[in-house]
Design a binder for this molecule. Structure first.
Ligand code: SF4
Ligand code: MG
Length: 280
């Protein structure tokens, strides 16, 4: 009799070797994803990783599951369409801060409020890494390493967790690339949560922002339970220094699309679907 094949993180790694710079934070996220998939014994034939464009968006190629390396900023649009059409799939959307908060910023807002049951991992290194180090939506105002913004971008950085809350996301976590075990735990929890679950990962770009190695001394894991109401979460985020990790907010909310009455009549089904869209 054949022995059952052990489900290990390694069994979720593809044969493609990552071409990230040595020390890039995205390696940790890749390891965390495969670890979480192994821990939950996820069926790789029924799981899909969807990304946009950027260093972090290369990640689906490195996982042995289905993947879609899409158009810049449009990963969430593809991921939501896929999950609505094939609800039985485990869908993980991922990408970087430029991809998710600038080019794809509008998709991020509406994915939060629409609440399709999928996981979104934003690997935030506060820079456009693939295009050689320009300021992104999360770059600090005074970051002066880019020739394009030699005095710093001078623009207040985007606050991903607070914006996700304001836009209606029901599950929000923050993690740090220096703690892959925590990221794996959060990804597993996010997959099991029924709704749109957003993980903001502080994922260092060692090449263009070497100072991000200092994050190690600043990040801190929250010991308190997550906020369980938007009011409580808003108070938490007002006092947040941006480096608290763990699940920050969790609240059950109806997912989209709502269950539609079962019908075998095609016209009736289309009418129900149209009414659902109109109600949004
Ligand atoms: Fe990672 Fe930065 Fe290198 Fe891109 S440029 S692979 S984000 S370290
Ligand atoms: Mg980036």
């Amino acid at each position: 009799m054949n022995e059952p094949i052990a489900v290990t993180p390694k069994s979720f790694k593809s044969a493609v070797k990552p071409i990230w710079c040595p020390g890039c934070g995205h390696f940790s996220v890749l390891n965390a994803i495969t670890k979480a998939m192994a821990a939950l014994a996820i069926d790789k034939d029924n799981s899909v990783l969807v990304s946009g464009i950027g260093c972090s968006s290369r990640l689906p190629a490195y996982v042995d599951a289905y993947g879609f390396h899409g158009v810049h900023g449009r990963g969430l649009a593809v991921a939501q369409g896929l999950k609505v059409a094939r609800p039985e799939l485990t869908v993980i959307a991922l990408g970087g801060d430029g991809d998710g908060f600038s080019i794809g910023g509008n998709h991020f807002l509406h994915a939060c409020r629409r609440n399709v049951n999928l996981v979104y991992i934003a690997m935030d290194n506060e820079v456009y890494g693939m295009t050689k180090g320009q300021a992104s939506p999360t770059t600090p105002m005074d970051w002066d390493h880019s020739k394009l913004t030699p005095h710093g971008p001078g623009v207040r950085p985007f606050k991903p967790a607070a914006i996700a809350l304001a836009a209606g996301a029901p599950w929000i976590a923050r993690a740090y690339s220096g703690n892959p075990n925590q990221i794996a735990k959060l990804i597993a929890e996010a997959i099991e949560f029924e709704g749109f679950s957003f993980i903001h990962v502080l994922s260092q770009c060692i090449t263009f922002c070497p100072e991000q190695t200092d994050w190690k001394a600043i990040v801190h894991e929250r010991s308190e339970p997550p906020a369980d109401s938007a009011d409580q979460a808003a108070r938490l985020f007002l006092a947040d220094d941006g480096f608290a990790t763990g699940v920050l907010y969790r609240e059950a909310r109806a997912t989209w699309p709502p269950p539609s009455p079962v019908t075998t009549d095609e016209n009736e089904a289309l009418a129900t679907l149209a009414a659902t869209f109109e109600a949004q």
